[in-house]
Design a protein around this ligand. Structure first.
Ligand code: C5P
Length: 399
């Protein structure tokens, strides 16, 4: 299986860099072709010579790379690999990856690649738990980067906690899983809505809601990683674009409906957006002025089109699996069941968005998957894990 597979292994700085040598030995034992790139910081811990000897292949660092061969040659290096592995990955390289810096050979390759990337972080426990690192991890996983570890345990810096590089056999297993990742949704087209809509009151004011787009974007990323072609129709959000999906940015519910319809035909439709139920009947073309002694304006609202119900209508263009969300604060399951029938969709993903749950805008979600077959209660998971689990569940419908 591994005979023809090529791994590009980026070794960044840190005490754990020595474990990369063991990883190369394991990979070579399984006949993977390994090419190594050593960062300047990594070179403080292991030598290029060791990487070269164990990988039986020329290894690269900044010292040689950009001077003795053309930069294009190295971009090619990242393109010809089947998988890029960063092990160990320091907090620093994660930050550079998340921001898209290309200030050395390793980060240039990571920015230029179109191949899957697996990262094995290793750092001091406080660096790992720092919100900056955690935000970088979220950004990278939303872009489709996968992670192995870090493990919890005693660290070289005499502290204890998460931050240890995973053991080489576990990294090897993650590499094999990433390379053999099944693509059960290849050939399928999924349209996913995400985020809030903004309904204008006048050119500077709008009606909106607290949706962050985290869940919809995570679903889009997960469907793409299972091989689906994904069109993500997104309201205004502050989320990184998931990798491998095509994005249509919209503001209003009417624009969202039009973008969804023009993306058809599709096999799968996931309505994760929090679409405004009403819009202002006649948005003012000029900014509404506050005037002394004049009563506050009242807004006349009209209903927005129901995107989910429209796409779920029977007809030749109906996607074969239509999934809606029910964000409720009361009588969650009863309301969600009723919504399944009223909207004509196949599944409803129900979640309790009472403020106490912290779900709206938060990183976690606790959902119930409702279909005609019954109700599945899922444990509370990170939104990206909910995305992956939902994508896997969707894939099961198509196999
Ligand atoms: O009726 P309610 O807004 O609670 O239904 C929520 C579900 O319907 C979500 O899947 C949401 O994306 C979808 N929806 C829609 N268009 C609307 C309102 C809701 O697609 N105008």
């Amino acid at each position: 299986m591994s005979m023809d597979k090529k791994i590009l292994l980026i070794v960044s700085g840190g005490i754990a860099a020595f474990k990369a040598l063991e990883l190369i030995r394991l990979l070579r034992g399984k006949s993977y072709a390994v090419t190594c790139v050593l960062t300047e910081a990594g070179a403080q811990f292991v030598t290029l010579l060791s990487l070269q000897a164990l990988s039986e292949s020329k290894a690269y660092t900044d010292l040689f790379s950009l001077t003795d061969e053309s930069e294009m040659g190295h971009i090619q290096l990242s393109r010809s690999a089947d998988l890029i592995v960063v092990a160990p990955a320091t907090a620093n390289i994660l930050a550079r990856m998340a921001t898209g810096l290309a200030d050395d050979l390793a980060t240039t390759l990571l920015l230029a690649t179109d191949k899957p990337v697996l990262v094995a972080p290793a750092m001091n426990v406080r660096m790992w738990l720092h919100p900056a690192t955690q935000a970088n991890i979220s950004t990278l996983s939303a872009r489709g980067v996968t992670f192995i570890g870090p493990d919890e345990g005693a660290m070289a810096c005499h502290e204890f906690g998460p931050g240890r590089l995973s053991e080489p056999p576990a990294i090897l297993a993650a590499i094999e899983a990433a390379l053999d990742a099944p693509k059960p949704l290849s050939g399928k087209h999924a349209v996913v809505t995400s985020g809030p809509t903004h309904e204008p009151i006048d050119p500077v004011r709008y009606i909106a809601n607290r949706s962050s787009g985290k869940q919809g974007h995570a679903i889009a990323a997960a469907l793409a990683s299972l091989g689906a072609r994904v069109t993500l129709v997104s309201g205004p959000v502050n989320q990184p674009d998931p990798s491998g999906v095509s994005i249509r940015r919209v503001e209003t519910a009417e624009e969202m409906l039009a973008a969804c319809q023009s993306a058809l035909p599709a096999d799968i439709f996931v309505a994760a957006a929090a679409v405004a139920d009403w819009r202002v009947e006649q948005a003012s073309t000029g900014k509404i002025k506050k005037k002394e002694g004049v009563a506050a304006p009242s807004l006349s609202l009209v209903p927005n089109p129901d995107i989910l119900a429209t796409l779920a209508k029977p007809g030749p263009n109906r996607p074969s699996l239509v999934i809606g969300f029910a964000a409720e604060t009361d009588d969650l399951l009863a309301n969600a069941q009723a919504k399944l029938t009223r909207k004509g969709c196949d599944w409803i993903v129900a979640n309790d968005v009472s403020p106490a749950t912290g779900i709206m805008g938060g990183d976690e979600n606790a959902i119930h998957l409702i279909s005609k077959a019954g109700v599945e209660d899922w444990p509370r998971l990170r939104k990206d894990d909910v995305g992956r689990r939902l994508a896997a569940r969707i894939a099961k419908e198509f196999t």
